[in-house]
Design a protein around this ligand. Structure first.
Ligand SMILES: Nc1ncnc2c1ncn2[C@@H]1O[C@H](COP(=O)(O)OP(=O)(O)OP(=O)(O)O)[C@@H](O)[C@H]1O
Ligand SMILES: [Mg+2]
Length: 368
């Protein structure tokens, strides 16, 4: 039979109409194994599903109808069940965000180190692995989430029992909310501290987040009012600190890390961004912002290095074009790094919540 490519297969699977299959989450990354021989297709897919058997039949039928040369599909579904992501229990959090299992702040001391880039890509990476994910753009003064997720629709509202609820937007399998969706970016708004803090609270109380495994917060730089409001409103599951390897960034990362410790928010780990640059023409590695900074701070402050992300123009373009790297270029090395960071983060959350690092992945076996 003629060769079937992975991307033609993905295009076929994206046509499956099934209430349990979120086709937005189906990317090249979902294909875990792929082989073809004498009209037989051997395929392993990683998807989110409650009833993998239903989806399996639907996908098999779709492939057979799109590729007439395929006589047999040996499909194995690896389901990542979100219910296996352990829950951070706390009465105060449960009162405000009852359906949200874990809340994680993405923070840094210094501005411009890549918090928003990391938060957006981590959120999409977690969703790719089957988690239900929300993202709050807590940068009221300089929101970047709408641009980075390619969104400019106004969120809809509805009248609930006692209050008006905002429906978050959804893209790339994640729900999100940002002040940038509510006010025109050309309108200069002079926020006073209490107003900005009020907006953050409202994003927690007035947005209909529904059931989520993770709600991520993309914080503004520093350790100011918004950070304080956040940690005072709900006890967070934890914080992720983003830094570059250079000393000025590390100094501020230390401050951020210590602030979270002081208010009893566990630091889940450090992400070193802009770790190095590989010249595309020569393959030579350049340590533009120095080397080993992330590792150093982790040793010093007894926390985990979740990973190091290189400088890559495609990461910047992904942000500017509203197509996050992990979604847009699933087979890139940087995507693998980001997926790996998201899995290490999940492990850390599970360790905090259960005291064990049992793998959350469950293999539903080869039941064709
Ligand atoms: N690894 C990377 N490779 C290339 N460009 C990157 C990378 N990480 C971030 N950038 C780019 O650097 C700029 C700053 O990133 P980003 O906005 O994510 O930082 P930030 O810490 O959220 O900034 P702020 O403190 O203003 O909120 C953006 O233009 C982004 O696209
Ligand atoms: Mg930002």
């Amino acid at each position: 039979m003629s060769e079937i490519t992975k991307s033609s297969l993905i295009n076929s699977i994206k046509n499956v109409k099934h209430p349990e299959l979120n086709v937005n989450l189906i990317t090249l990354n979902s294909i875990k194994k792929f082989d073809q021989k004498d009209g037989e297709l051997f395929l392993e897919l990683s998807v989110t599903a409650k009833n993998p058997d239903d989806i399996k039949n639907a996908i098999t039928d779709q492939i057979k109808s799109d590729f007439k040369e395929v006589k047999k599909v040996n499909l194995n579904i690896k389901a990542r069940s979100s219910s296996h992501i352990s829950t951070h229990k706390d009465p105060r959090k449960d009162a405000i965000l009852p359906g949200v299992k874990n809340t994680i702040a993405v923070a840094s001391g210094k501005g411009g180190v890549g918090k928003s880039t990391v938060a957006v890509n981590l959120a999409v990476a977690l969703a790719q692995d089957g988690a239900m994910v929300g993202l709050i753009d807590a940068d009221i003064y300089g929101p970047s989430v709408p641009l980075m997720l390619g969104a400019n629709d106004k969120p809809k509202v509805y009248q609930a029992e006692n209050s008006v609820k905002i429906i978050p937007l959804e893209n790339y399998g994640i729900k999100f909310m940002s002040i940038g969706l509510l006010v025109d970016e050309k309108d200069p708004i002079i926020w006073r501290g209490p107003m900005a803090s009020g907006a953050i609270k409202q994003f927690m109380t007035d947005v209909d987040w529904g059931e989520l495994d993770y709600l991520l917060f993309d914080l503004p730089p520093g350790t100011g009012d918004i950070q304080l409001t956040l940690v005072q409103t709900i006890p967070l599951t934890g914080a992720v600190i983003v830094t570059t390897p250079q000393e000025v960034s590390l100094i501020d990362a230390r401050k951020a890390l210590k602030m979270f410790e002081r208010v009893n928010v566990p630091v889940l780990g450090v992400v070193e961004n802009m770790s190095y640059f590989i010249a595309p023409d020569t393959g030579k590695k350049y340590d533009i912002f120095g080397i080993g900074g992330g590792e150093k701070i982790c040793k010093e402050l007894n926390t985990n290095l979740l990973g190091g992300i290189p400088i890559d123009p495609r990461i910047r373009q992904g942000g500017d074009n509203g197509k996050p790297m992990v979604f847009a270029i699933p087979d890139a090395e940087e995507t693998k790094i980001l997926m790996d960071i998201s899995r290490k983060l999940t492990e850390q959350v599970n360790i905090r919540n259960t005291g064990s690092d049992d793998k959350i992945e469950i293999d539903l076996g080869d039941n064709n």
